[in-house]
Design a protein around this ligand. Structure first.
Ligand code: NDP
Length: 480
């Protein structure tokens, strides 16, 4: 059985406690690796190492830091098969998805910030005849980066790449539910010759190791992606310490299908935006509003496509839906399906666990589920389920759909399907969301700001926004 280690001060180390947690393969429901059960002592060691490494790392020319990130990206590319297999086994997601989305994007994240930092220039503001101001961006120190289990290496690199590129040192904690690729990444850092202490990875529980990072007085900035309730807990700890926070939190995203859409494209992409990665993507659309004129036709076509989705062994090349992350999460999703029935919902398809045989008999599989007949304001349409479950509802007017779409406490992403450009602009402008996709979904340009409104988060990642977050601006005014 593989035993994972922390990566602290350039070396792989066991946790101070000597205790380990079980790492479970969700497609089999079996323990297959052990994870360090780290605590505040491991975090303190990691922060000390990061503080020691900071002056030299921050003092390197940006080109040198860029070179390190580029060599890490090269190593990710040359280990793509191994990393994708590890990601698939660790999370239950289909292997092909892990390869083409997760690991491919991890490499792109590293390359993007390795090059973005070279274009992150200082600005100057001359006061004619009087003085010149110039503003420089300095790294802050030790950044705490805490990431979730749904897109493990993808979101891990999305945080550490801008932090490191900007000259900070990092103490990162991946989710204890999906730590394997972060561990393999630490081996790649050693191979790449990353200076000791620049990146430190501490494995363990959120409430213990994660909380210790947030509480540590020498970690002045925290970049967190995860659930809204955890985000609030982190804010409560960080606020009195005046830490800088970036919170990327949950979503309950609407998909709005107007009758003047490209019908086939809308159906095909709504299936994808509902069920990709078992619906375990913060950007998945889970409330599908369809204009009543085409509701019946859309519903039939949608259900026909959903019925074709192949569910099962994540390692099989044809699998579209794998296992959800854990038994506890599967139970939570099933509880919402039960609640939907109590709230008056009619299960059109799915609604059950998918039972498998032999080595997958203990796996956490849930059939893609479509529910009709729920009111826009019931709990199933207001709370994040984060699984392969969507609700489909008809609407009559633009005012009505805007009201219902904006009715949740969340505001991460939204998806609109219409060929009427005016309507697209009008609806996009009025939706409470940080990201709106029109006639597409998950089409990402990494230069654009990424984040949510309301309870979906605080701050923006992506592009120069992340480099702003990971640096302090200092203005220097020189009188002529
Ligand atoms: P959690 O909030 O449970 O956990 C996220 C991370 O925080 C994990 O590493 C977790 O560790 C850690 N953590 C938990 N408690 C604490 C604490 N008190 N202090 C510090 N760290 C802590 O989220 P999930 O992992 O369940 O991820 C799913 C959620 O993430 C969904 O709500 C989803 O919408 C959201 N998400 C948001 C995205 C966005 O960009 N807005 C993108 C992807 C997901 P551990 O796992 O060990 O408990």
């Amino acid at each position: 059985m593989k035993i994972l280690l922390n990566y602290i001060d350039g070396t792989l180390k066991p946790p101070v406690s000597g205790e380990y947690l079980d790492n479970i393969n969700p497609a089999r429901g079996e323990v297959y690796a052990k994870i360090p059960d780290s605590d505040a002592r491991d975090v303190a060691d990691a922060v000390d190492a990061a503080r020691r490494a900071f002056p030299a790392w921050a003092g390197l020319p940006a080109e040198k830091r860029s070179d390190f990130l580029l060599s890490l990206a090269d190593l990710v590319d040359s280990h793509v098969d191994e990393l994708a297999l590890a990601e698939s086994i660790d999370t239950g997601k289909p292997l092909a998805l892990a390869k083409h989305m997760d690991i491919a994007r991890a490499s792109v994240n590293l390359r993007f910030y390795a090059t973005a930092i070279l274009h992150f220039a200082s600005s100057a503001h001359p006061m004619e005849g009087l003085a010149t101001n110039y503003t420089v961006h300095r790294p802050v120190g030790v950044a705490g980066c805490i990431s979730p289990w749904n897109l493990p290496l993808y979101l891990f690199t999305w945080k550490i790449a801008p932090a490191l590129a900007a000259g900070n040192c990092v103490v990162a904690k991946p989710s204890e539910l999906a730590p394997m690729t972060a561990f393999l990444f630490s081996e790649l850092c050693i191979q790449a010759g990353m200076p000791a202490g620049v990146l430190n990875i501490v494995h363990g529980l959120g409430a213990k190791a994660g909380q210790a990072i947030v509480e540590h007085p020498e970690v002045p900035l925290i970049s967190f992606t995860g659930g809204s309730s955890t985000g609030k807990r982190i804010a409560v700890t960080a606020a009195p310490m005046l830490k800088r926070l970036s919170l990327e939190l949950g979503g309950k995203n609407p998909t709005i299908v107007f009758s003047d859409c490209d019908f086939d494209e809308a159906v095909k992409n709504t299936v994808r935006s509902s069920f990709l990665n078992q619906g375990e993507i913060c950007l998945c659309g889970s409330r599908i509003f369809v204009e009543r004129k085409i509701y019946g036709k859309f519903k039939r076509a949608f259900l026909q496509e959903v019925a074709q989705l192949s569910i099962g062994d994540p390692l099989h090349p044809d699998t579209f839906i794998g296992a959800v992350i854990s038994e506890a999460h599967a139970q939570k999703v099933m509880d919402y399906i039960q609640l939907a029935k109590e709230e008056g919902g009619n299960i059109l398809i799915g609604g059950k666990r998918h039972l498998m045989e032999k080595e997958h008999a203990g796996g956490f599989f849930i059939l893609p589920t479509v529910i009709e007949g729920l009111s826009y304001d019931c709990r199933c349409n207001q709370e994040e389920i984060f699984g392969p479950v969507v609700s489909i509802m008809p609407f009559d007017t633009m005012e009505e759909v805007l009201h219902d779409a904006n009715s949740t406490p969340y505001g991460l992403a939204a998806n609109i399907w219409t060929l009427n450009v005016q309507k697209a602009h009008q609806v996009a402008q009025q939706l409470d969301a940080g990201i709106v996709w029109v006639n597409c979904w998950l089409l990402r340009d990494l230069r654009t700001p990424f984040g949510g409104v309301k309870q979906s988060g605080i701050g923006r990642e992506g592009g120069f926004e992340a480099l702003q977050f990971f640096t302090e601006s200092k203005n220097i005014c020189i009188k002529h």
